[in-house]
Design a protein around this ligand. Structure first.
Ligand code: SME
Length: 164
C-alpha cells in the first residue's frame, strides 16, 4: 500500500472532508475490523486537521462505561462513565455534542489543559448498537460546527454500513 497521509488544513472544510472520506473509504475497502478502522480514521483525521486530540472511546459496558480506543494526541483518560463529560453525554444521549467552549460545559473532563472546544459523535454498528464515540478536541474555541457534525457522522457511518 502506497498511501499518503493528507494534510487538509487550509482547504474549505466541506472539500477537505470530502477528500478525507474518499481516502478513508479506499484504505478501508475490504476491512472488517473495528479497531483497525478506528486507528485508521484517527490517524487520517488527526493529520488532516491537526487538532489537539482525535480518537475513539469504545463502549465496553453498554449504557455504563466507555474505554479509550485508538487515538492520536496527548494522553487521554482511560475510562469515562456514560453521562460524564462530553463523551459520556454523547454516549448517553446517542447524539453528537458540539461544545464551543469546554469551560462552559458543566462536568467537562480535562485530559489536556489546552483543550478549548470539542465535538463528540456517536458511532453505531450494523444493528444500530452504540459501538463507540469519536472525540475531537481543539485548542481553539468555536472550532466545530454543523459542517463537522454532518461530515463526521457521515464518516463514522462506515461502521454501520460497511460492505464487508
Ligand atoms: N474531553 C472529554 C474527555 C476525553 S479527552 O479530552 C481525551 C470529555 O469531556 O468527554
Amino acid at each position: 500500500m502506497a498511501e499518503v497521509t493528507l494534510d487538509l488544513r487550509g482547504q474549505p472544510k466541506t472539500e477537505a472532508y470530502a477528500e478525507l472520506k474518499t481516502h478513508a473509504l479506499a484504505i478501508l475497502e475490504g476491512v472488517d475490523d473495528d479497531i483497525c478502522a478506528m486507528a485508521t480514521m484517527s490517524c487520517l483525521l488527526h493529520n488532516a486537521f491537526g487538532h489537539l486530540w482525535t480518537g475513539f472511546y469504545r463502549v465496553v459496558t453498554p449504557g455504563k462505561l466507555l474505554r479509550v480506543g485508538p487515538y492520536q494526541g496527548t494522553l487521554g483518560c482511560l475510562e469515562i462513565t456514560f453521562g460524564k463529560g462530553v463523551c459520556g453525554t454523547s454516549a448517553a444521549k446517542g447524539e453528537t455534542v458540539v461544545v464551543p467552549d469546554v469551560h462552559a460545559f458543566p462536568g467537562h473532563i480535562t485530559c489536556d489543559g489546552r483543550s478549548a472546544s470539542e465535538i463528540v459523535v456517536p458511532v453505531y454498528g450494523r444493528n444500530r448498537e452504540l459501538l463507540a464515540v469519536l472525540d475531537i478536541d481543539s485548542e481553539h474555541k468555536n472550532t466545530f460546527d454543523d459542517v463537522d457534525r454532518a461530515a463526521l457522522e457521515d464518516l463514522v457511518s462506515w461502521f454501520q454500513h460497511r460492505a464487508s
